[in-house]
Design a protein around this ligand. Sequence first.
Ligand SMILES: NC(=O)c1ccc[n+]([C@@H]2O[C@H](COP(=O)([O-])OP(=O)(O)OC[C@H]3O[C@@H](n4cnc5c(N)ncnc54)[C@H](OP(=O)(O)O)[C@@H]3O)[C@@H](O)[C@H]2O)c1
Length: 308
Amino acid sequence: MAKIVVFGSRGNIGGHLVETLYPQMGQELRLISSSQEGVSDLSARYPNADTRYGDLSSPESIQAAIKDAERVFVMYPDFEFDEEASTLAMIQAVRDTPTIKQVVRLLGVVSLVEEDDIPLSFRQQPAMPCWVHFRGRQLWRQSGLPVTFINPWSWYMQSLPWLAARGVVEQDTFCLPFSHTLPYIDTRDISEVAAKVLTEPVEKYVNEELALTGHEDDCFSFEELAEQFSEHLEREISYSGSISLFEQLLGEGAAPLLKYIGWEQSIVKEYRAHTDTVERLLGRQPRRFADWLRQTREQFAPLMVEAG
Ligand SMILES: NC(=O)c1ccc[n+]([C@@H]2O[C@H](COP(=O)([O-])OP(=O)(O)OC[C@H]3O[C@@H](n4cnc5c(N)ncnc54)[C@H](OP(=O)(O)O)[C@@H]3O)[C@@H](O)[C@H]2O)c1
């Protein structure tokens, strides 16, 4: 019987969560993807697991995905989802599934943000991440169901290729407008915390919120990120806060990001948060920014222009 259902099994966090759990728990995992290609990919990589199609936007599909399971890990893709409707459907599905003992829900709500800080326009579909996580937490708390929140108070290192690689690769420029100082976390640490929570006795973390950051010395402004890139990629990377350059580099994806990052900068200019959750649960220091950057440096390698 599948004990743990993982939504987002091919994502940054869900992907490494599955890699971590599979060696010990292969047959007890149910891996969910919302595409047939994803299901085939997961079946090939994890032949002992129960791999299934599942769509978080469909109440029937959620119900089928968690049937007879004991624990559920749920996260959502950014900027594109009606998370409120999906969360309400998941709450109903958990109520209808008496075998479920724990839901582990990924959040992204920093400690400084209160409900009134989130503009009303951010709550309309497609809602901004700050609102969907805030609202998701409210709904789960109100449900009274056994939930553990995993709440990184940090930006993911693994988001930087998406946000900034093109400028670094093509122009030796780290372009990200609205600079402010934030903690950065390697998503593999989030996954390993989630794996710990999902394999310890349920009572240990149920109804808790685990706030996570990376290493306390890995808080950077965007200018400081450009300096880190110069140092660890061993070539000069300049910083640009130009909105027009960012729009040119990111295309259509730039608009929601600019809206979100501009708002976040207006709330927090200098956010040097640190929690000891990674050390406490995993018994080691968080992974470091410099190591992640050196490991992924090929994603930021300069474009080779052919001579002649
Ligand atoms: N980036 C940051 O700095 C940061 C910081 C704090 C919190 N967060 C939060 O972290 C989350 C993103 O995590 P991530 O980076 O691990 O995500 P990700 O890599 O973008 O993965 C998203 C996953 O969602 C799955 N998915 C997409 N549509 C689906 C659907 N209809 N039904 C079921 N699954 C679906 C995709 O799998 P398939 O395609 O296989 O279905 C994919 O595995 C967001 O909620 C974000 O707000 C991000």
